[in-house]
Ligand binder design. Structure first.
Ligand code: PLP
Length: 384
């Protein structure tokens, strides 16, 4: 059966040009980039070329790019570094809508005695800027706010929030794992001190990430050992994956504008097609200000998991807005923070597209989904 892949915020396909760029570094060019000989030196040059491509995608300098193992490592490193380099400051500000890669670290810091402020969101998932300015005190070590939300796609006003943090003398980190490659980011004009990205969300493989650390920002490594990455992240470089990420970044630089428009058109067609055919459903999040590839739709009185299982029978891959917590299905922390009514939050489904999504695939979902919802509502224990 053909796969209709609408789960690109979970992970993306490795692009052909990425795989092609990687293969020589999994076979012929296996030298260690730190070696003195020219065989290793050639590999070292490939790593530096990849670094330049990632820097270009972010509007950064190559020396500001640190290769890590994933977005999660980048997030953890950023938060721990900011707290350790400013021991006199005890406050960390983040949001209720963060990915667990930030949220769980913040909760850990709280248990270590830090004062953590979790900014709330409104019913569309938007942050309250007045609340932010109120809690941004002089003892704030770090503000960590995601660039774009993985569940509903909201894009947050990072420029403005980073400027406010800088005025207060706080460092600013953004988890841009979902934003990079989907919306333009120019760090040369943004007072962001640290930024996390992940390869597998932009058509590079799983297991490679980047932490951007602005030149001059005080930094404590998370992994200590060898001198790799200028002592900021020890461990022999994952060369094939770094090269792959470089190729993915290079492609993104050249195609981001046209891709945004093309993907948004298909996403809008998908969303409209569903809204027109299925009664009692709403779009979660801030439709005016979100990623071009994401739609999160709440279907009243049905279970998201049941929808996913039935879509799977048609070859359609999507994600739900629920997580299995201690044996029972709970709406996600993001939907709960937004206050989405229970009978809608439970039936929330995220569909996320990519440059490889086709019109035919969108039509297939529009054709299958209404019948799935109708069948599930007929047997649903939830009624008005
Ligand atoms: N942050 C966000 C917003 C994400 O969506 C994800 C992955 O889903 C991560 C962090 C974690 O990235 P990784 O899977 O590379 O650890």
């Amino acid at each position: 059966m053909k796969t209709f892949y609408f789960d690109n915020n979970a992970t993306t396909a490795v692009a052909p040009e990425v795989l092609e760029a990687m293969l020589p570094y999994l076979s012929d060019f296996y030298g260690n980039p730190s070696s003195m000989h020219s065989f290793g030196g050639r590999v070292g040059s490939a790593v530096e070329q990849a670094r330049a491509h990632v820097a270009a995608l972010l509007g950064a300098e190559p020396e500001e790019i640190i290769f890590t193992s994933c977005g999660t490592e980048s997030d953890s490193t950023a938060i721990h570094s900011a707290l350790q380099t400013q021991p006199e400051k005890r406050r960390l500000i983040t949001t209720r809508a963060e990915h667990p890669a930030v949220l769980n670290v913040a909760q850990y810091c709280e248990r270590q005695g830090y004062h953590v402020v979790y900014l709330g969101v409104d019913s569309k998932g938007r942050l309250d800027q007045d609340e932010y300015l109120r809690v941004l005190t002089d003892d704030t070590a770090l503000v960590s706010i995601m660039f774009a939300n993985n569940e509903v796609g909201n894009i947050y006003p990072i420029q403005r929030m980073a400027e406010a943090a800088r005025e207060r003398g706080a460092l600013f980190h953004t988890d841009a794992v979902q934003a990079v490659g989907k919306t333009p980011i120019d760090l040369s004009h943004m007072p962001v001190d640290m930024l996390s990205l992940s390869g597998h969300k932009i058509h590079a493989p799983k297991g490679i990430g980047v932490l951007y650390a602005r030149k001059g920002v005080r930094f404590r490594p998370f992994l200590r050992g060898g001198h790799q990455e200028h002592g900021r992240r020890a461990g022999t470089e994952n060369v094939p994956y770094i090269v792959g990420l470089g190729a993915a970044a290079r492609f993104a630089v050249g195609h981001i504008q046209e891709e945004r428009i093309a993907v948004a058109r298909l996403r809008d067609k998908l969303e409209q097609g569903i809204l027109e055919r299925v009664p009692d459903c709403i779009v979660n999040g801030d439709v005016e200000n979100r990623l071009p590839n994401t739609t999160n739709i709440a279907f009243k009185n049905v279970e998201g998991e049941a929808i996913l299982l039935m879509l799977d029978r048609f070859g359609i891959c999507a994600s739900s807005g629920s997580a299995c917590t201690s044996g029972s299905l709970e709406p996600s922390h993001v939907l709960r923070a937004m206050g989405v009514p229970f009978n809608y939050a439970h039936g929330s489904v995220r569909l996320s597209l990519s440059r490889y999504t086709t019109e035919e695939e969108v039509d297939h979902v529009i054709e299958c989904l209404p019948g799935v919802i109708e069948a599930l509502r007929a047997i649903s224990p939830y009624k008005d």
